[in-house]
Design a binder for this molecule. Sequence first.
Ligand code: ZN
Length: 123
Amino acid sequence: MPKVEINCTNCGAHSLLQREPIYQGLAKTGEKLTCTACSFEYPSEDAVPFRHATPQNNIFTDADRSAKPNLFQENEAAALCRHCAHYILNPFTQFCSLHKKEVQATDSCPQFTSADSPPKPIL
Ligand SMILES: [Zn+2]
């Protein structure tokens, strides 16, 4: 987005730059750059006294961040079908190869066998 805020060298105001296209027939040949406060026309983009972006100081520190909420206990999700070695995932169903039935990833089961890695979809 082009910068629009200027410190006008003509009227001294903190003003805005107005860009008006200049047409020669139907072809755009340039832009007329004027101060919206005093209508002073700048000859070129280089002559426009754009305001420099004021540096934004970081007023917040990491100490202001709220503590990360811990909704789950460490072992709460441990016995879920999703983490079980018998859990089979494919695009159509989630299946327990031990009980030969459809399961949900968040089901849990007393015959849970920990899988070393999360299940990979079988495509
Ligand atoms: Zn001006």
